[in-house]
Design a protein around this ligand. Structure first.
Ligand SMILES: Nc1nc2c(c(=O)[nH]1)N[C@H]1C(S)=C(S)[C@@H](COP(=O)(O)O)O[C@H]1N2
Ligand SMILES: [Mo]
Length: 408
């Protein structure tokens, strides 16, 4: 089916699934009103205008958009919920032919540079399915004081979907990694807003590329990767800044130096090497690349602003993740951090998948409460309750997520 026809069909299907909902649908009252029924047209959204109301657009040149935090409640994030982040122009999605799409491994430290079609990747290497957490380095930026420039993400610039593909490690090993390899450089089809050069070309230390949780994927949640999330092939690294998970990926260079692609230079995706005061300036040479994300948690139920009747049981739940580490504990407070109550926590489905937590609370009196969640990782590191180390670009905000509820 050609892509125009496919998107028309998907549009029709999406519309009919909305109108088929019976008026007395049992969960209708619980459904967030901004969330339309499962929207498979998400596979082919290709402009800001097509994004539904539940996605808040932060910018259109380039496209950046996010859901409300509570919409991230599902265990595995559906495509129509995941935040969308592009640094430059969009690829010409409708012109993409997955049959002729190629992925090239090259670079100074590659022994046998080679180009693969997607079919060749599928035939040459074993496939793996993994739940991988993708989080923007700037997730939570809007909560820094003083404010910093850039997309004002809430804490919703994160999602955990299920990806199927081949391991980056298998493909790089097949092409041969020279002794002097230092870093990878990831390449994509999208152009800088000016039309000149790549919008983004980041990479990871070579050891990170040899981890098991890095894939070159062609499906997300069992479907072709949606246009907005990297059709037809995506490099996906769980636990690292989202910027290394190149969408519409065309290749990886094995580099004998730290990669020098677009947005590899400080201060992009860098943090100061030493603690600074909020608002302080930092010299370029005093920055270090952000290579791993850190411990965080999100309250996804109830939605902030929910009212309870006195005595009504209150279940709070959400997810927690910690970059390349595991989360070992999540605690909940409803008295501004004065006392904490342990939540039940699941094991991750696989390394770098987010984990799920749940807690039952008894709120003592009618009134207004804030509920805070605080995760701790396997090295004993937890989330700050106010704000973490301020930095000029507003990266890595991991202060406790807070919601408000009222008991009447
Ligand atoms: N080709 C391409 N890949 C990209 C980007 C981009 O601009 N172009 N942005 C990166 C950044 S900064 C993030 S946070 C993630 C966002 O992934 P998502 O849009 O699927 O949520 O994609 C990454 N991959
Ligand atoms: Mo990002």
């Amino acid at each position: 089916m050609d892509s125009k026809r496919r998107s028309l069909m998907q549009g029709l299907l999406a519309v009919s699934s909305v109108s088929l909902l019976p008026a007395h649908w049992v969960f209708a009252a619980n459904k967030p009103k901004e969330l339309e029924a499962l929207d498979i047209s998400a596979l082919t959204w290709k402009s800001v205008e097509e994004l539904p109301n539940h996605i808040q657009v932060l910018g259109s040149q380039p496209i950046n958009a996010q859901p409300a935090e509570h919409l991230l409640d599902p265990l595995v994030t559906p495509a129509e919920i995941a935040f969308i982040r592009w640094n430059g122009q969009l690829p010409d999605f409708e012109a993409i032919d997955p049959k002729s799409w190629t992925f090239t491994v090259d670079g100074e430290s590659c022994k046998k540079p080679q180009t693969f079609t997607i079919d060749e990747l599928k035939k040459t290497f074993p496939s793996h399915t993994r739940q991988l957490t993708i989080e923007c380095g700037g997730n939570g930026r809007s909560e820094f004081h003083p404010g910093t420039k850039g997309n004002q993400w809430t804490q919703a610039a994160v999602f955990c979907a299920e990806w199927t593909g081949v391991k980056v490690k298998d493909v790089l090993n097949h092409c041969g990694i020279k002794e002097d390899a230092v870093y990878t450089g990831h390449h994509s089809a999208d152009k800088h807003l000016s039309g000149e050069g790549e919008a983004l070309s980041r990479g990871v230390p070579i050891a990170a590329a040899l981890n098991d949780d890095a894939l070159i994927a062609w499906t997300m949640n069992g479907q072709p990767i949606p246009y907005m999330h990297g059709y037809p092939l995506r490099i996906v690294f769980g636990g690292r800044p989202g910027s290394v998970s190149s969408k519409a990926a065309t290749g990886i260079s094995i580099r004998n130096q730290i990669h020098d692609g677009a947005k590899m230079e400080a201060p992009a995706y860098h943090l100061p090497k030493y603690p600074i005061a909020p608002g302080e300036k930092v010299n370029k040479e005093d920055y270090a690349i952000i290579e791993e994300m850190i411990v965080k948690s999100l309250i996804t139920y109830p939605p902030t602003g929910t009212q309870y009747k006195k005595g009504e049981p209150l279940t709070v739940r959400g997810h927690a993740w910690a970059g390349m580490r595991d989360v070992t504990q999540v605690d909940i407070s409803y008295d501004y951090g004065a006392t904490w109550h342990p939540a039940k926590l699941t094991r991750p489905e696989n390394k770098t998948a987010w984990q799920h937590w749940q807690a039952g609370l008894q709120l003592p009196l009618p009134g207004y409460y804030e509920i805070w969640a605080r995760a701790t990782d396997d090295q004993g590191v937890s989330q700050p309750v106010v704000q973490p180390q301020w930095n000029p670009k507003g990266y890595m905000f991991n202060g406790c997520h807070r919601i408000a509820v009222r008991v009447v």
